[in-house]
Every structure is written in structure tokens, then in C-alpha cells.
Write a protein that binds this ligand. Sequence first.
Ligand code: 5GP
Length: 145
Amino acid sequence: MSLETEYDPDNIFAKIIRGDMPCVKVLETDKILAFMDVFPQSEGHCLVIHKQSQAVNFLDVEPEALSELTAATQEVARAVHYGLNPDGIRIMQFSGARAGQTVFHLHIHVLPVYEGVVVAAHASGKPADAESLEPIAAKIRAALA
Ligand code: 5GP
């Protein structure tokens, strides 16, 4: 799959935006949605997406949407910091399947890192259930307020 992938309106994140698929939400506005990654690489791993842009990756996003997305990502990262107190936070974005992208609706990962805890492999393993993600999301939401 090349970097010039066409946007598929039925990709999993488009379904989440439409409410056709569930997710554990952290932040939602008319333009932005942040939610827990269902294959968390660490406790508090979340994803930030733009609800209106149909950008597949970092290369094709409109500057205004990118600006809104990055501002929201900083907001979420700060809430992860205050809510979960990790030792570091990785902000990641993969563009193109060869780079590791598996969902083709632009998204930014907020990945907390804890000293002495190994970060799990990307997009692998067993999905977490909503019950286990919800209390973590609640701490992040509380830190946003
Ligand atoms: P990418 O590999 O494209 O950078 O990241 C896609 C991310 O979406 C992965 O970290 C993966 O765990 C996550 N993911 C895949 N499917 C779902 C889903 O149905 N719900 C949620 N919340 N996350 C998903």
C-alpha cells in the first residue's frame, strides 16, 4: 500500500466517528476525538483524530486540521501527564503501511512510558476490554477538566 492511499470512508476510525463502532472516549469536540487505543502499548495509550478531515496520513492533512489536531494532542498529552504521571510520553504518527500505519485515517498516538515497564509491540496482542480501559480514561478526562 503506497503513501497515496485513497481515503476509505469505512475505515475503523470513520466508523468510530460515526458511532457505528464503540470506543472509550477521552475528549470529544465538534472537530476532535481522542480515545483509548484498544491494543494499548502501555497504560494510557490513546489516539487523537480529526473528525472532519479525511486525511489518510500526515502528508495529506489540511494545515488548519493539522493545527487543530496537534493542539488537541498536546492537551491530551498534558492530561495523560497529570492524570497518570508517566515518566515520559511518546507522540507518534505513522504514515504509510511500510512505516507501520495500520489504520488509514490520520491519527496521533499519545503513548505514556513508565520507568521499568516494557512498551508492548505496536497494534498486536489481545484487545483490551472497555471495562479495563474506562478507569484509565476517567483519570485522563479528570485531568483535562
Ligand atoms: P497505526 O498502526 O495506524 O499507527 O495505529 C492504529 C492504532 O489503532 C493501533 O495502535 C491499534 O492498536 C489501534 N486500533 C486498531 N483498531 C482499533 C479499534 O477498533 N479501536 C481502537 N480504539 N483502536 C484500534
